[in-house]
Design a protein. Structure first.
Length: 462
């Protein structure tokens, strides 16, 4: 069956969903959507190979939403995700795609948040749960969550959940789901454990690979030979040459990450490190800055970058080659999303040549073509500059602030345009407001005179 030319309106989707897709600007289904949606909407079990950025969330979101009975306020769909960040993003996408459904209730259940508040929200009734396996299992054992009415179970990024040691929780949760349900499993890679997980829990699944040959080619992969002593300089040359708007630089160790960040900062590049050592609050801050396009470079290890799900990564740099070819594929797959081209740059030291051979074998890509570092002419504009700057109001959810209050104050009262203001994110203790870089000072001054939700709020520039 050829999926080329599939349009959303040819799928078995209610009119409300078709209108929502149109409003969201989802005109053409991505390859995974074209191949997996007909299967999932027909109620079949599915194993789909799909990385972040492939549009996989919409596949399971539309399927599970299509099967909801909104009059019944019991849990009918459960999505298990490896991290809180991913769960939050999935919940946002499910709500977005479900906006035509009245009274749809989506609840996230992740660790790091008091369990009692979550239990209270569940007691009010929920249709869809998005959560991490450990916390979902916790609720099941406390009986604050009941899955008797479940119709759809989704395992999102199953390979990462396995990597993170969630196998027992995943199995425990799956065992408590009614047997007559649909199960959808998504994974970027297929280690043997996936099979072991799928066998007992999926019924006669259809397997779909999201990467037809043409799709993989959309990512422009380039490899540069370096010496250990020139690695930092070549990294700087790559940034000055390609000037990516947002760029994720992978390192193999935390110590290496610290060195890279301090070098880049010394060059005047707006760079931060995402490290597992950060307190949750600092981690949130770095993620908000990056998602708000207020950083040029984020430096992270593979562990720290899990769950980081940014829609538009212009480039990925492998500062070092990873010893695991599967991890390489994961890293590279983070650029080039939903049909937009991406750039993946890999620095290869003398001792890493053997690792490159492993990657060639793993991906079947043939011999690696090297790009000469001599071609890395710096752009006349110099190093990249992030398009936005971040301000923070020291009041947040606890003061009942909502993004609309801030946007309203800045557009209606202070005269800025919507386009000048970027992402606004309200957390318990503060509100992050991304604004055009050149306007940061003016917006900061505006907060001194324009009330937000009836009060002047203290603002600082991050
Ligand atoms: P995902 O792989 O599910 O994380 O999706 C990656 C991004 O692509 C998300 O920001 C989606 O909002 C967006 N997206 C998903 N499907 C489409 C589509 N058919 N057309 C345009 N954008 C899409």
């Amino acid at each position: 069956m050829s999926e080329a030319g599939t349009v959303f309106s040819s799928l078995d989707l209610d009119q409300g969903f078709l209108e929502t897709l149109e409003q969201l600007g989802y005109v053409t289904p991505t390859p995974i959507q074209a191949s997996a949606l007909p299967v999932a909407l027909a109620g079949k079990d599915l194993i789909a190979q799909a990385a972040t950025g492939s549009g996989k969330t919409a596949v399971f979101a539309l399927s599970l939403l299509s099967r909801l009975n909104l009059k019944f306020f019991g849990v009918q769909a459960l999505v298990l995700c490896p991290t809180r960040e991913l769960a939050d993003q999935v919940a946002v996408e499910v709500r977005k795609l479900g906006r035509s459904l009245d009274h749809l209730k989506v609840v996230t259940l992740c660790g790091g948040v008091p369990i009692r508040g979550q239990a209270a929200s569940l007691a009010h009734g929920a249709h869809v749960i998005v959560g991490t396996p450990g916390r979902v299992q916790d609720h099941l054992s406390r009986e604050t969550l009941v899955l008797g009415g479940l119709r759809t179970l989704v395992l999102d990024e199953a390979d990462r959940m396995l990597e993170m040691g969630f196998i027992d929780d995943m199995v425990a949760v799956a065992r408590q789901c009614p047997p007559a349900r649909q199960t959808l499993l998504f994974s970027a890679t297929f280690p043997p454990q996936i099979d072991a997980l799928a066998k007992p829990f999926l019924r006669d699944p259809v397997t779909i690979s999201a990467r037809p040959a043409g799709e993989a080619l959309r990512i422009d992969q380039r490899f540069y030979e370096v010496l250990d002593e020139t690695r930092l300089i070549v990294l700087a040359s790559l940034l000055a040459h390609y000037r990516p708007g947002t760029c994720l630089v992978f390192v193999n160790t935390k110590a290496q990450g610290r060195d890279v960040v301090s070098f880049l900062q010394d060059q005047g590049i707006v760079a931060r490190e995402l490290s597992g050592d950060l307190e949750q609050r600092d981690r949130d801050e770095v993620m908000v800055l990056f998602a708000g396009r207020c950083l040029s470079v984020l430096v992270a290890t593979d562990v720290a970058s899990r769950g980081l799900d940014i829609a538009a990564l212009d480039a990925v740099v492998n500062y070092e080659v990873t010893p695991d070819p599967e991890v390489h594929v994961h890293r590279v797959g983070r650029t080039g999303r939903a049909g937009v081209g991406g750039l993946a740059l890999t620095l290869v030291g003398p001792r890493e040549r053997t690792l490159i051979r492993r990657i060639e074998e793993f991906t079947g890509s043939g011999p690696t073509a090297w790009s000469p570092t001599a071609d890395l002419e710096p752009s006349p504009l110099g190093f990249p500059v992030p398009p936005r700057a971040m301000l923070k109001l020291l009041d947040g959810k606890k003061d009942k602030i909502r993004p609309g209050d801030v946007l309203g104050a800045l557009t209606a009262a202070a005269g800025f345009t919507r386009e000048q203001i970027g992402a606004i994110k309200v957390t318990e203790w503060g509100t992050w407001v991304a604004v055009d870089r050149d306007l940061a000072e003016r917006v900061l001054q505006a907060f001194a005179t324009v009330p937000v939700k009836g009060k002047l709020r203290r603002a600082v520039k991050i």
